[in-house]
Design a binder for this molecule. Structure first.
Ligand SMILES: [Zn+2]
Length: 58
């Protein structure tokens, strides 16, 4: 397991080591959805998945 931290509530999130880029991981604490950006050994970089769009690109 890889442990990472939720950027929102700072809870620890466990991710399987065979996680793939593009997979969506959900924080079990606050429900925030994160997309896996990069997997490097025991390090996983994740990006917050924005569901509600604030910028409509006018
Ligand atoms: Zn969270």
């Amino acid at each position: 397991m890889i442990l990472t931290t939720c950027p929102d509530c700072l809870a620890e999130i466990e991710i399987y080591e065979d996680v793939m880029v593009g997979e969506i991981v959900e924080c079990s604490d606050c429900g925030l959805e994160l997309e896996v950006e990069k997997v490097e050994g025991n390090q996983v970089e994740m990006q917050r998945l924005s569901i509600e769009k604030e910028d409509w690109g006018e």
